[in-house]
Design a protein around this ligand. Structure first.
Ligand code: CP
Ligand code: NVA
Length: 310
């Protein structure tokens, strides 16, 4: 297994199966013994740059940094003026001299990549328009906890197949040999090139990755049913057209009756109740969904400590 030390964490693609399993087991170790691993970053700092709102990601990384002994420094877009007050590359070069890692939530993946190219310290993607890799690791941890394994399970994603959460999940499922079925309305499927790349990760087993425009077909005999908001941050202007396009894609008890008995439902949160998920299903599955949210803390520690050096 290649070490993650000193590496950027910008996307799931490019991580080996062993590296993903290493992060899962490290997260579970942190969960079992939160204090055992502390103080690796004593007296150091990490920077968090957020261009979009966040609750889970910001708090979990700030809390994770403190648990590892580091001081988290949070910067909002209006404070840093990335690309406006000064070029991204200059921010990366300067920040690298102050902190041990840079955690960034932004719009274009390219912004996170430019930051990584100019930084000599690891850059962690805390969500871009394309990827949400930290979420995907927490999702896998949750599936392992609830189902005991990953390989061979069927994961159905119902919603915007072109969004960040879907893409990271697709790549994570493919790398860990889960079967994944994505149900999206026409025009919101994952890009064909993304599906191709995911297929190459899964060892070219064609039936492992399927795309449907019918949620019932995707959810058929699924072990895990996953959904995310229809309107991602930055897409607010598309609300009306997306709500129209996604009608019939709600995860509710009727849709869930197609899944396997004992199937779990996951949501990265924040959720829009009675939009992409019925309030009834969300509450019935709260034991899974809020564990999933909790796991963001344990995976933040695992990811941060892996890239700064365990
Ligand atoms: N799931 C997630 O990333 O939540 P936040 O947007 O609150 O960070
Ligand atoms: N797809 C959502 C995920 C939020 C955690 C968004 O980008 O807003």
């Amino acid at each position: 297994m290649g070490s993650l030390m000193g590496r950027d964490f910008l996307k799931i693609e490019g991580l080996s199966q062993d590296e993903i399993y290493h992060l899962i087991s490290k997260s579970l170790e942190f969960k079992r013994s939160p204090l055992k691993w502390g103080m690796r970053l004593k007296g150091r700092s990490v920077a968090l740059i957020f261009h979009k709102p966040s609750m889970r990601t910001r708090i979990s990384f700030e809390a994770a940094a403190v648990s590892l002994g580091a001081h988290p420094i949070f910067l909002r877009e209006d404070e840093i003026g990335l690309g406006e007050r000064e070029p991204i590359a200059d921010v990366g070069r300067v920040l690298s001299r102050y902190v041990e890692a840079i955690i960034i939530r932004t719009f274009a993946q390219r912004i996170a990549e430019e930051m990584a190219e100019s930084s000599s310290v690891p850059v962690i993607n805390a969500l871009t328009d394309e990827e949400h890799p930290c979420q995907a690791i927490a999702d896998l941890v949750t599936i392992v906890e609830k189902k005991g394994r990953l390989a061979g399970l069927k994961l159905a994603f119902v919603g915007d197949g072109a969004n960040n959460v879907a893409r990271s999940l697709l790549m994570a499922a493919a790398t860990t040999r889960m079967k994944i079925a994505i149900a999206s309305p026409s025009g919101y499927e994952p890009e064909p090139a993304v599906i191709e790349r995911a297929r190459s990760l899964s060892g070219s087993v064609d039936q492992m990755i399927e795309v449907f425009d019918d949620p019932a077909q995707a959810v058929d005999k699924a072990d895990v049913v996953y959904t995310d908001v229809w309107i991602s941050m930055g897409q607010e202007k598309e609300r009306e057209s997306k709500v129209r396009a996604f009608a019939g894609f709600q995860v509710n008890s009727e849709l869930l009756s197609r899944a396997k008995d004992g199937a779990i439902v996951m949501h990265c949160l924040p959720a829009h109740r009675d939009e992409e998920i019925s309030d009834e299903v969300l509450e019935a599955q709260a034991g899974v969904i809020f564990d999933q949210a909790e796991n963001r803390l344990h995976t933040a520690k695992a990811i941060l400590s892996a890239v700064v050096g365990e």
